[in-house]
Design a protein around this ligand. Sequence first.
Ligand SMILES: C[S@@+](CC[C@H](N)C(=O)[O-])C[C@H]1O[C@@H](n2cnc3c(N)ncnc32)[C@H](O)[C@@H]1O
Length: 394
Amino acid sequence: MQRVFRLPCLALNAGLLCQLSKHHIAHSCQIQRTRTCTRTCTRSSSGSSSVSHTAPSFPYERVHEPVLLSEIIEYLAPQKDKVYLDGTFGEGGYTKRILDEAACHVVAIDQDPCAVDKARRLAEVYPGRLSALWHEFGKIGTLERSFDGIVLDIGLSSSQLASDRGFSFQRDCPLDMRMSSTAAHGSLRRLIPADVVVNQFSGDKLNSIFKQFGQERFSRLIVKEIEKRRAKAPIMTTHQLVDAVVAAVPKRYAREATLHPATRVFQSLRIYVNDELGQLQSALASATRMLNPGGRLVVVSFHSLEDAIVKKHFRALAEEQPAELLFEEDEYEDAAATDTETETETDTEIYSDAGTVPCVFRLVTKRVVRPSAEEIERNPRSRSAKLRTIERVK
Ligand SMILES: C[S@@+](CC[C@H](N)C(=O)[O-])C[C@H]1O[C@@H](n2cnc3c(N)ncnc32)[C@H](O)[C@@H]1O
C-alpha cells in the first residue's frame, strides 16, 4: 500500500510561521546591516529550469561560510516548482543558493531563534518562496509533508561559535552551550545548560559523557578535578572549566598534543546538552520517509560520531536492513570505531517505514565527499566536513 503524505501548501507553512508570534523569536538577535551580493544565477543544476537574474542580497550580515556549497547544489539538484527542506538554516547559505538555483520553494528550520530571525528576513526577499520555522530537525516528522530534497548541515554555525553562549573554550563567557536558549515553546525541547551538567551531574555521569561523546582519555582525572573545584564554588564560566581541564591533564600530554586539552570536553558537553546524536538519528529516520520519489537527502557532518551514524543509516536503507534495528545501546561508540570511508553503490528494494512502505533507496555518494584543498585553505573550518547523499528512487 502506498503511503499518502499530507501535503499542506506553502501558504499553510507561512501561516504556521505567522503563528510564531514575535516573542518566540529572541529579540537579542541583532538587526544587522545588509551585505551586497552580486552573484548572477544562470543555471539550475538539474538543467530543467533556470533563474536568470541578479540574485537578491542577504538582508543581514553573515559570518558563516557555507561548507561544500557547490557540492550541496550538485547533489540536491534543485528544480523548478519543487519543495526543499533546509533542516539547519544557520545563516541561510544553503537556503539562498537553492532559491537562486531554480524557481523552487524552501522550508527552512533551525532550533536557534537567532537563525530563525534571519530566515524570516530572508523570506521577505523571496516572497512566497521561503517559509521559516522555529523547529528542531529531530522532529521534522511533525511537519507532515513530503519534500523533493532535504539538506542537513550538522553542528554549529560560525556565528554561534563566536557568540557569548559558551560554545568555544577560547571565549570567556557563561557555560551555557544551548543552541536554543530561549524558554522553549510547545514544539521544542527544554535544554539543560552546560553549567548544570558540570556542577550537578554525578562524577560517573560526567565521565561517561566525556568518554562517549568526546573519547576523552583523561576523563577520570578531569572529573576528579571538576569535583574538587565544584565542592568549593560552582564552575560557571568557560574559562573556569578550561582551567580545571588543563590542571587535570598530564603536563607532558598537554605540551605534545595538537588539540587544546579542553577540545574534547567542550565537544562532549555540547553534544550532550543539545542531544545532537539523538536529534540526528531521529532526523534521518524521518527524513528518508519524507522524501518524494527522486528526492535526495544530503547530509554534511563534522565529526566521526555523526558521520558514522549517517553512513550506517544510509547503508542500511540501501541494503535492506530495517532502519529501526540500527541503533542499539552502545551505538555511538561502535559508530566511531567502525568509521571507514568507502561505500559500494546499491539499489535494493526495502520496506523502510515500519515494514509498511516499499521504498527503494540508492546511495548516490559511493564514497564520502570531502572539501577540496582549495576550500580547506579558504575556509579551514571545512576541513573535517563529510558529505553523504541518498536518493529515494521510488
Ligand atoms: C553549520 S550551521 C548551518 C549553516 C548553514 N548551512 C549556512 O550555510 O548558513 C548548523 C545550524 O543547525 C542548527 N541546528 C543544530 N542542531 C539542530 C537541531 N537539532 N534542529 C534544528 N536546527 C539545528 C544550528 O542552530 C545551526 O544554526
